[in-house]
Structures are given as structure tokens and as C-alpha cells.
Ligand binder design. Structure first.
Ligand SMILES: Cc1cc2nc3c(=O)[nH]c(=O)nc-3n(C[C@H](O)[C@H](O)[C@H](O)COP(=O)(O)OP(=O)(O)OC[C@H]3O[C@@H](n4cnc5c(N)ncnc54)[C@H](O)[C@@H]3O)c2cc1C
Length: 395
């Protein structure tokens, strides 16, 4: 880690890995500091961190961050006009393709037939390698799903240094300028600039510990999974979320959740994972949460509850049409796996991630101004690509 660096990038997830790759490609000397360890592909679910709150937040802390456990969904958002070329570039690099119908499992196909309005999910999965094992959210064991570890590997081949198991505590600020970071063990690393990309929960904490106010406006794309029993369906072994239905304020998509088994057991219904089918209902939640140095508070507003109610009712209707027995209908507790928004007011805009501190940039889900209720990885990558062109003065 000792060396002379132009930029320190904190975090190796969607935002951090993209920046590391882009800045290294431009010949910059880059050091990535990553709190988590490098995991064996397919074992990244061991790196899950589950944050308790009314809306439970899930993320992964390892090399590649939360991208390693994503469902492989890669959807564009309509944020920021100047992001368009970067979305194009990102889609090409990630090999984004609509979910092929022939790779869908039999239950997903039955679900598709229930309505003509579905949109095939754009996936960053190489379907020539995909074994349709349904393990995306545990980490892909077949090297088929894209994760930001690919950008990290590219960056390393360009001379970027990566230190895993290295937690950043706070910034080193001198006369209003970011010139390095202090690690949890008290050591410091110096650089000409710092990019914070530790995600929407940890980036604001690094700022708070550095004496900068941050952490308000947390959204999570709050969701539940509604499910029930369908014997010998083996839906748990199908590619998850192969298509979605967009409604006003919420999205519905086929989704297996292991949490439903416990719900069924508590109703006195014994079952195995292969008998459970379900739909995710994901809402564009209001930014009701807050991150502090020691706590995350995220709840559902009355409007969120109302929209969840509508989505739940629609999901139940679809499950009944699929032949699920009404008495077996259950739902998971409320979760959020797209935390964002907690630093959006600290940057000039999502397209210009400057802060009030010279040399300090933020480029991760924390700068997204509000929930858009869709998978955010592609947007975070497009923003990070745009950020690197801003940093390199090419805007
Ligand atoms: C189960 C699941 C499925 C998902 N599926 C999808 C999907 O299909 N499509 C999609 O678009 N999105 C999906 N998401 C969400 C998506 O993965 C995240 O929104 C995205 O990865 C966030 O990017 P980020 O750069 O903000 O943070 P992250 O990718 O979380 O990266 C942050 C990194 O910073 C590191 N870090 C944290 N604190 C420190 C510190 N103090 N010092 C050093 N390093 C630190 C972390 O360990 C982590 O590696 C999913 C999330 C989950 C949990």
C-alpha cells in the first residue's frame, strides 16, 4: 500500500471498480481500498451484511461489493442526459442482453403467459455459460454473471493496486482539500484525490467520521416477496427475475425467496424449497431513512404502505391464476437491497460528483437523488464513467 497515488478509491463495488478501471486506463496511479475479502466465486453470500431496521437492508462486503450477489439485472434509468453515452458503453462491456425466453424455466414461462405486458429483463449474464441454477444472489459459481470484479481485474492489469481487508475510517482533509484517508488501524494513505464509493450506507459514515454532515434521504427500493406452494415446481432452480411488469410506483417480477419457507413452516405447512413459487413486489419508496455512524433507520411511509398493498394484491392474484392454493399464500418481511440517496446533496449533481472539498469525489449509490424502483447497477456504472471523465477533465 505504501506508494505514490494519484487517486485512492474507497470500495470495489459498482461505483468504485468502474472508477478504478477508468482512471487506471487513463494512466493514473490508483489504489483501491476494500474493507471485505476476496471470496471464491459462488461463495459471496457469506459476505452478506444484513442491517436491521423496519426495512431490512442487505448488501455484500467483499471484493466486487454487492454486485457479486446481484440478480444480474442491468436496466437503464432516465437520470441525467449526459449519461447516455456511458450507458451505451456500460451495456457493451457488461454484455447486456434481454433474458432469452429459451433460458427461462417452465414456471417462469407459465408466469409470462399470465399477462401480455411483461418486459423481458435485461441481464448482464453470459447465457452460454449460465446453468440456470438459480444461484445468482449467492454469487455465480459458473463465471456467467458479470460482477465488478471484472473491472477490478482489468484495472489491476493496468497497474492499479488493490488492498482487500482494508477499512477506511475517515478522510485526511487539509485546508479544505482531500489528500488521503485514515484506515481503521490508524495508518494513513496519501493521494492527490479521493473517490468515495463505499456504498450508500458506508460512504456517509466515512464522511460523518470526517466531520461532514451526511446520511439523510435513504431510499432502498423497498420490496416483499409474495409466494405460496406449487408442488414439484423447482422454481428455486430457475433464473430469478427473468421479466418484470411495471406499474405506477411498483414493479412485479418472478422471484424465489428462501425466507418464504420459514413463513410456510410457521403456518404449519411443511415444504421443501422446490415447492415454493413467488413474485417480488418492489416499490419506488420515499426517501424516509437515515444513516448515522452507528445506526440505520429506514421505515415505510403511509404512501409506501399503500403502494405495497396494491402490489401485494396484484401478486396474490397472479399466484392464484398460476394454481397456487390460497391457504398457502405467505410473504417475506420487508427488505431493501438498493440502498441509495444518502449523499446526493453533497455533490453538484449526479453527472458532476464534485463536493465542496477539492480533490474529493463521491461515486456510488449514495449520489442517486431518489428511488427509481429499478436495478441501479447500470446507472451507478454510467455515473462512475461520467465521473472519471469529469475527474480527468474530459467533460
Ligand atoms: C441480493 C441482491 C441482489 C441485487 N440484484 C441487483 C440486480 O440484479 N441489478 C442491480 O442493478 N442491482 C442489484 N442489487 C443492488 C446492487 O448490487 C447495488 O445497488 C450496487 O452494487 C451498489 O453499488 P455501490 O458501488 O454503491 O456499492 P457496493 O457495490 O455495495 O460496493 C461498496 C463497496 O465498498 C466496500 N466498503 C464499505 N465500507 C468500506 C470502508 N469503510 N472501507 C473500504 N471499503 C468499504 C464494501 O465492502 C463494498 O465492497 C442487488 C443487491 C442485492 C443485495
Amino acid at each position: 500500500m505504501i506508494g505514490v497515488y494519484d487517486y485512492i478509491v474507497v470500495g470495489s463495488g459498482a461505483g468504485g471498480a468502474t472508477l478504478a478501471n477508468e482512471l487506471s486506463a487513463a494512466g493514473k496511479r490508483v489504489l483501491v481500498l476494500e474493507k471485505g475479502r476476496e471470496m471464491r466465486p459462488g461463495s459471496e453470500s457469506k459476505a452478506y451484511s444484513v442491517i436491521k431496521s423496519e426495512v431490512e437492508i442487505w448488501l455484500a462486503e467483499c471484493l466486487g461489493g454487492t454486485t457479486t450477489v446481484s440478480m444480474g439485472n442491468a436496466v437503464r434509468s432516465n437520470l441525467g442526459k449526459r449519461l447516455a453515452p456511458f450507458f451505451d458503453e456500460a451495456e457493451g462491456e457488461l454484455g447486456v442482453t434481454p433474458m432469452p425466453i429459451e433460458k427461462m424455466g417452465p414456471i417462469s414461462r407459465q408466469m409470462l403467459d399470465l399477462s401480455g405486458e411483461w418486459v423481458l429483463m435485461p441481464k448482464c449474464i453470459d447465457f452460454s455459460k449460465c446453468k440456470s441454477c438459480g444461484s445468482c444472489a449467492y454469487g455465480c459459481p459458473h463465471g456467467a454473471k458479470w460482477s465488478s470484479r471484472r473491472y477490478i481485474a482489468k484495472a489491476e492489469s493496468r497497474g492499479c493496486k488493490v488492498a482487500t481487508g482494508t477499512q477506511v475510517k475517515k478522510l485526511v482533509l487539509k485546508s479544505g482539500r482531500a489528500c488521503g484517508v485514515e484506515l481503521a488501524d490508524g495508518k494513513t494513505c496519501n493521494s492527490q484525490g479521493v473517490v468515495l464509493a463505499a456504498g450508500a450506507i458506508e460512504t456517509p459514515r466515512i464522511l460523518i467520521r470526517s466531520g461532514i454532515e451526511a446520511g439523510d434521504g435513504l431510499f432502498a427500493d423497498t420490496f416483499i416477496t409474495v409466494g405460496g406452494l406449487k408442488e414439484r415446481s423447482f422454481f428455486n432452480r430457475e433464473v430469478g427475475m427473468p421479466f418484470y411488469l411495471m406499474r405506477d410506483g411498483y414493479l412485479i417480477s418472478p422471484h424465489y425467496s428462501s425466507l418464504l419457507q420459514a413463513q410456510l413452516h410457521s403456518k404449519g405447512i411443511a415444504c421443501s424449497p422446490g415447492e415454493i413459487v413467488g413474485f417480488m413486489v418492489k416499490i419506488r419508496d420515499e426517501p424516509s431513512g437515515k444513516v448515522t455512524d452507528s445506526k440505520v433507520v429506514k421505515w415505510c411511509t403511509p404512501k409506501d404502505i399503500e403502494i405495497l398493498k396494491k402490489g401485494r394484491s396484484e401478486a396474490k392474484g397472479l399466484l392464484l391464476k398460476l394454481g397456487v392454493n390460497e391457504e398457502t399464500l405467505v410473504e417475506s418481511h420487508i427488505r431493501g437491497v438498493h440502498p441509495g440517496g444518502t449523499c446526493h446533496d453533497l455533490v453538484r449533481s449526479i453527472e458532476e460528483p464534485y463536493t465542496d472539498f477539492e480533490g474529493l469525489f463521491i461515486s456510488d449509490a449514495s449520489i442517486i437523488p431518489g428511488a427509481f424502483g429499478l436495478p441501479p447497477i447500470l446507472t451507478i456504472i454510467a455515473c462512475a464513467k461520467r465521473a472519471s471523465s469529469v475527474i480527468l477533465g474530459m467533460n
